[in-house]
Design a protein around this ligand. Structure first.
Ligand code: AN0
Ligand code: CP
Length: 360
């Protein structure tokens, strides 16, 4: 694997989930795979989880790690070609990338959408320059349009939670275990006639600032690939790019969307510029007027005792109330813990792949 951006880069999801379980059972199983290999993590934006979990994943695999915070100590980087560099930026990304590539074997990139130029963001311009000019395998740690390590961790979280809920049901209904595992062989989720696919709802929620679409884009892409019963709900104008959501049910009535849900995945995003190109990256309404979208106990009462999820960081009492995020049905902490698992699987795959551009 030379690049990790989309769900397709991981191939068969059953295999990926099996590898996640293997790592969960023993996260140090491949602790010599990364010997004398160096991971460089490049951050253009802040991070808590991605920074810690990806570094931990690299350490699980015996790698060395270098972290570069571009905006804290490095030269300010120009990212666009053709600019006369007479401003505050001392170096161009096109020199910086091959230089960075010369010191490492794998590169992780965090580079959020600028939210001003849709074409530039949706072309994944910065990420693709790293792919083209670093000479090393590259993976996204949230780029302009995607956050695949998060979506993979979300899938692991949903899968584990659903299978343990369903196992209780299966045992109590005395279905033969072999039948269930045979079915699990060809479906990510058991599809026994009396069982059903989990209903997963991605809901927009209010936020005071303009946030990228990377998390909801990837979440939609991964849920569609996992073939769950998937519904997206948001106010009009926040339609996500169909490149990520084609095949999903869009329900503008949040209450209707929540009915019967097994998982509620909350996230804010700014206008994706699909139905209103001129509003790309904008917050469309004063958030004070949108607080009825905040996930509270009443919202959760519309669901099938749904588990609550959010990628974090989350603003309490904007996105979700204290009560809901603190409830036993909240999965936000195991979800964040699964970031170590998703990153370990992805780095393992990169290290194992042939022609990976490493130095030997
Ligand atoms: C970022 C976002 O919404 O994309 C990172 C989430 C993982 N969140 C914020 O900037 C608050
Ligand atoms: N969920 C996530 O990626 O968190 P950070 O922004 O803290 O890395």
């Amino acid at each position: 694997m030379k690049s990790f951006l989309n769900v397709q880069d991981l191939g068969d999801l059953r295999q990926a989930l099996a590898e996640a379980q293997e790592i969960k059972a023993n996260r140090y199983k491949y602790d010599t795979l990364g010997k004398n290999k160096t991971l460089l993590m490049v951050f253009f934006n802040n991070s808590l989880r991605t920074r810690l979990s990806t570094q931990k994943a690299a350490m699980n695999l015996g790698m060395n790690v270098i972290v570069l915070d571009v905006n804290a100590g490095a030269w300010k980087l120009e990212t666009e070609r053709g600019v006369i560099m007479d401003g505050d930026k001392s170096e161009h990304l096109l020199e910086a990338i091959p230089v960075m590539g010369s010191y490492c074997d794998v590169i992780g990139i965090r580079s959020f959408a600028g939210l001003t130029d849709r074409e530039y963001d949706y072309a994944e311009t910065v990420y693709n320059q790293f792919v083209q000019y670093s000479g090393k395998p590259v993976f996204a740690m949230e780029t302009a349009t995607v956050h695949p390590l998060q979506a993979f961790a979300d899938l692991i979280t949903i899968h584990d939670s659903w299978m343990s809920r369903e196992k209780v049901k299966v045992n109590s209904e005395k279905f033969p275990t072999e039948q269930i595992s045979a079915e699990a062989n060809y479906s990510l989720f058991p599809i026994h006639s009396s069982l059903r696919l989990p209903k997963v709802v991605l809901t927009w929620a209010p936020h005071p600032r303009a946030l990228p679409q990377a998390v909801p884009n990837s979440f939609a892409q991964w849920m569609l690939a996992a073939d769950v019963d998937f519904v997206i709900t948001h106010p009009e104008g926040y339609e996500l790019d169909p490149a990520f959501t084609a095949g999903a049910t869009i329900e503008y009535d949040q209450k209707k969307a929540f009915e019967g849900a097994d998982f509620i995945y909350a996230k804010n995003w700014s206008c994706p510029g699909v139905t209103r190109p001129e509003d790309y990256g904008k917050v469309l309404h004063d958030y004070h007027k949108m607080m009825h979208w905040t996930v509270d106990a009443e919202h959760m009462s519309w669901t099938n005792n749904a588990r609550f999820m959010h990628c974090l960081p989350v603003r309490r009492n904007m996105i979700v109330t204290d009560e809901v995020i603190e409830a036993p049905t909240s999965l936000v902490i195991p979800e964040a813990a699964n970031r170590e698992i998703s990153a370990t699987v992805v780095l393992k795959r990169i290290l194992q792949s042939k022609g990976k551009g490493n130095r030997e």
